[in-house]
Design a binder for this molecule. Structure first.
Ligand SMILES: Nc1ncnc2c1ncn2[C@@H]1O[C@H](COP(=O)(O)OP(=O)(O)O)[C@@H](O)[C@H]1O
Ligand SMILES: [Mg+2]
Length: 559
């Protein structure tokens, strides 16, 4: 707004001046400048306060929104089955809960800040320009759609680039996770250099993808400036001619106002276009977040409220595939019956389907065809809580949590007494090392129990499973890192302290399962044979081969 009243810059009947100020004040120029100047300072301050408040409220709303979104996302992921998690992969779920939520929050923040202000400024500037000179204001009508079209094209190009960038971000998180979680393994195998190179490639891919998408952002600025200057030049050119040749009644002051309105309009449009760009980036993230919310949890509670009655397990012609593809079966037509209280060993080479077989018992996965029964009832009938109360599993690579040893044991039984903890640890042979810690059961474990040895971790996990007093106890290769004598000791303790519990023991060492009531031999997802040690030594060539090779090896190490 120009306040110069002299020299015919404004017509006397200029509506603002006339409506706002009395004639007498306009006549006294000094007073007029002071009054109008004062009003302008006041309005500027008011605008600044509003701007600050708007920024603050937008930040509060954005952060609250992000928190709610994350909480809900995590609650949803908690309900995921193993298969659900496999479909997304953990690193991708991490990116979605962090980077993607941040992108949406940013855009929401920007939306709150600009959505009311910019359109109002844009419309007001255009309307004001039209009241001064409808002919010159037509330039606005050309410039605005032109800008909009350019933006539309940029967004069209941008969307796939944003998606690609986010996928690279997944890769990056995967690389970071692998390197940090397995940093000890990386060191042990002296793979540091190789891993660094691999990491550098991932980082480079992310850099390129990010640059390629942000290049669009950086292009919007110059394009907008270009259009703004073009408008100004056109306005000055056309308006200037009108003034010089007096073809219309346009005044110099009015032309200056027109230019300032044009700047305002384009600025508002710039703000809006930043918003649209950020929304288009957030859109890519929103899609990824929604994929998580839309994912159907494929394992849900069954209708029955029964508890697991006994430890019998039945497989009736069970086929299973991780991909759901009947061509790629991980388990093929397994039929077997395990009595309650029986101790069953499972043996087979790596990748033959041992873990897969036992994963079906607590219903970590559902069968492709056939039925798995626990305690005589289809596992799909139980509520997951009841089923998993009855079935305790020591996962092949299960984790311990940061917290004390006692905290970790309470994962198995929330209200476990000190005696119960001691008993469970005695069965798992964990008491001997826990008693040696100065803080005993209150010893704090680091994340993933990094301050325990592999064998100690395994014994902790066994204790955590035993304290549940389950109907069925599954040990998936859970004593691979403990010495033979301790292994033997644990097995004997399990037999005496959990006599009624069905025990299913997967092991690589044949000595660990030799004494089981029966032994299952798996071969490429098929039940190759089942029987006692002496039965299998007679009948099963696979079993005999494993036995011979392990005995030979043992003889060699003893020699
Ligand atoms: N989460 C998974 N997703 C896809 N395939 C898997 C998954 N886990 C295991 N497999 C595949 O299923 C087969 C059996 O694996 P598993 O039961 O873990 O063998 P193991 O006998 O060593 O415990 C293997 O070929 C393995 O590659
Ligand atoms: Mg396994």
């Amino acid at each position: 707004m120009s306040v110069i009243v002299d020299g015919g810059l404004y017509r006397e009947e200029d509506f603002m001046l006339k409506s706002l100020f009395p004639e007498a004040l306009i006549a006294d120029r000094n007073a007029f400048v002071l009054v109008v100047g004062g009003i302008m300072v006041f309005v500027a301050c008011l605008s600044m306060v509003c701007g600050l408040l708007s920024a603050r409220f937008a930040a509060i709303a954005g952060q609250g929104f992000a928190k709610n979104l994350r909480t809900n996302l995590l609650a949803k992921i908690q309900g995921f089955s193993f298969a659900n998690t496999d479909r997304f992969s953990t690193p991708s779920l991490i990116t979605r809960a962090t980077t993607d939520v941040n992108a949406v929050r940013n855009s929401m923040h920007q939306l709150l800040r600009t959505l009311t202000r910019s359109p109002i400024m844009l419309i007001m500037a255009t309307v004001m320009a039209f009241t001064i000179s409808a002919r010159l204001a037509l330039i606005f009508l050309v410039a605005i759609p032109l800008l909009a079209a350019v933006l539309f094209i940029l967004i069209k190009i941008g969307q796939p680039r944003f998606r690609k960038m986010l996928i690279r971000m997944d890769d990056m998180n995967r690389a970071v996770q692998e390197n940090l979680v397995s940093s000890r393994v990386v060191k042990a195998f002296v793979r540091g250099k190789y891993e660094s190179e691999r990491f550098e490639n991932t980082a480079e891919d992310l850099r390129q993808a990010t640059l390629s998408s942000s290049r669009l952002f950086t292009m919007t600025g110059p394009i907008q400036m270009g259009i703004m200057w073009l408008c100004t030049v056109l306005l000055l050119l056309l308006g200037g001619r009108e003034i010089i040749f007096k073809t219309t009644g346009l005044l110099t002051g009015e032309l200056i106002s027109m230019v300032s309105y044009a700047t305002q309009a384009v600025n508002s449009l710039t703000m809006l276009s930043w918003l649209v760009m950020s929304m288009s980036r957030a859109q890519a993230s929103l899609v990824r977040i929604n994929e998580v919310f839309d994912e159907k949890e494929d394992i849900a509670d069954g209708p029955s409220d029964a508890e697991v009655r006994d430890g019998s397990v039945d497989f009736e012609d069970v086929c299973f595939s991780y991909s759901g593809d009947a061509e790629k079966l991980a388990l093929k037509n397994i039929t077997l019956h395990i009595h309650s209280g029986e101790t069953v060993g499972v043996i087979g080479g790596t990748g033959e389907g041992k873990s897969t077989l036992v994963n079906l018992i607590p219903r970590f996965y559902d069968t492709l065809s056939g039925t798995v029964k626990v305690g005589g009832l289809d596992v799909k009938e139980y509520s997951l809580k009841a089923l998993r109360r009855g079935v305790s599993m020591v996962l092949q690579n299960g984790s311990l949590f940061s917290g004390t040893i006692a905290d970790n044991l309470r994962w198995g039984k929330q209200d476990a007494t000190e005696q119960e903890m001691k008993d469970a640890c005695a069965v798992a042979c964990a008491d001997e090392f826990i008693d040696r810690f100065p803080d005993g059961y209150e010893t704090v474990l680091e994340q993933d129990a990094a301050n325990l040895s592999g064998g100690q971790k395994q014994r902790m996990r066994i204790a955590r499973a035993v304290i549940k007093q389950p109907k069925i106890l599954i040990l998936d290769d859970s004593t691979s890192a403990v010495d033979m004598a301790t292994d033997e000791h644990i097995r004997r303790a399990l037999r005496t302290s959990l006599p009624g519990t069905t025990k299913i023991i997967i092991a690589q060492r044949i000595a660990s399962i030799m004494t089981c009531d029966r032994i299952i031999v798996l071969d490429e997802g098929r039940l190759s044979d089942i029987g006692t040690h002496s039965d299998l030594m007679q009948r099963s060539s696979i079993y005999r081969e494993v036995y011979d090779s392990q005995m030979r090896q043992e003889a060699k190490t003893n020699a």
